[in-house]
Design a protein around this ligand. Structure first.
Ligand code: ATP
Length: 359
């Protein structure tokens, strides 16, 4: 097993910077997810860890040892490509054991390890079956078996579920998490899907335009996003952003949104300028009557979407259009005038000068 430490890791392709001076440490046994939009540098980072790409500068340490210039094959790290591709002309046993046979390991060891992995994935009774006739779930397990049979120090996975439909993705996410629980190997998993990231990760590393913006457990990334980008990228529907004003200084506990004072949690940091951006998630807004004392903002209902036990209410206010997630018991109709109250402790203020959240 392995700890992976990334120090000042930088990768430029000519003028273009794909990864900018990244720093983070992936703990031994951790399920670490790299999340970000297409082109943000996740894959490039992963390829540098795997030894498939040489960094422009910076270091990669595996269990404290500098492996920056070591070949991929000498790093004992397994790179898992998309998990769905099996060798169709081979049976289950041949598929799983393939990486070991390539390494020319003794037949007894190949047999033993293949069967061990098959038991782990609960497909040991399928070993002699051709892969063509298997259910999709079993095919995925075979693919997974082939990926882990090598017993590497760490597994790197680049959108391994990318080609699957939604239902199987969910199944495979569960399967991967279960497997990780059983073998406990350090896993670095790349995805652009925030739901996948939230449900699988011990910690998430959010990247945008080559930069690492935050590394934290899913709940912290959701509740205490480090930047406006992180806040907007995670959560669906997205966080609402409202323009605000007020020279928010340490200790001050309210901020003005279109002329109304909104109570804020006390912060330790202040703003650079007079402007601020207030971030509030749809589930942290309460809809009440327009005359409510504790509702600083008023607005008119623009639309209501039913979503099972909840409803998503769109409200137009002086400060802009907001999405509110409300219980189904709330009766509101289009055009109705309502008051909006924010859950004070859940509000986040961003400095528009830096896009960073104030703490
Ligand atoms: P995706 O999910 O689309 O793969 P990503 O976050 O994994 O996105 P990368 O593949 O790491 O992003 O790419 C980051 C940026 O670096 C992209 O703009 C890409 O075009 C660029 N890039 C990657 N490899 C090369 C290369 N060999 N030469 C030039 N530019 C490259």
């Amino acid at each position: 097993m392995a700890e992976i430490r990334i120090e000042q890791l930088h990768k430029a392709f000519g003028e273009f910077v794909a990864v900018r001076e990244s720093n983070f440490t992936i703990a031994d046994g951790e399920f670490f997810v790299m999340l970000g939009p297409s082109g943000c540098g996740k894959t490039t980072t992963l390829r540098m860890i795997a030894g498939l790409e040489l960094p422009t500068s910076g270091r990669i340490l595996l269990d404290g040892e500098d492996v920056t210039f070591r070949r991929g094959s000498e790093r004992d790290i397994a790179f898992v490509f998309q998990l769905f591709a099996l060798y169709p002309h081979m049976n289950v046993r041949q598929n799983i054991s393939f990486p070991l046979r390539v390494q020319r390991l003794p037949r007894r060891e190949v047999r033993q390890r293949t069967e061990e992995v098959a038991r782990l994935l609960r497909i040991d009774q399928l070993l002699e079956r051709p892969v063509g006739g298997l259910s999709s779930g079993d095919r995925q397990r075979v693919a997974l078996g082939r990926a882990i049979v090598r017993r590497a120090k760490a597994f790197l996975m680049d959108e391994p579920l990318g080609a699957l439909d939604a239902e199987f993705r969910e199944l495979m996410c569960e399967e991967l998490r279960l497997l990780h629980g059983r073998i406990g190997a350090t896993t670095v998993y790349v995805t652009h899907d925030q739901i996948e990231a939230m449900s699988m990760a011990d910690r998430i590393c959010v990247m945008d335009r080559g930069e690492v913006l935050q590394v934290a457990p899913p709940m912290e990334v959701y509740e205490r996003p480090a930047t406006r980008f992180v806040a907007g990228f995670i959560g669906s529907p997205a966080m609402n952003f409202l323009p605000a004003r007020g020279a928010l200084a340490p200790g001050r506990d309210s901020i003005a949104v279109s002329g109304h004072e909104v109570p804020m949690p006390r912060l330790h940091e202040g703003l650079v300028g007079p402007d601020a951006v207030l971030g509030v998630r749809p589930e942290h807004i309460r809809i009440g009557g327009p005359e409510g004392q504790d509702a600083p903002l008023r607005g008119r209902v623009f639309g209501v979407e039913y979503m099972g036990t909840r409803q998503l209410v769109t409200v137009d206010t002086d400060a802009g259009r907001l999405k509110v997630r409300a219980p189904n018991t709330l009766k509101v109709g289009d055009g109705e005038l309502v008051g909006l109250a924010f859950e004070r402790e859940r509000l986040v203020v961003f400095d528009p000068a830096t896009d960073r959240a104030l703490r």
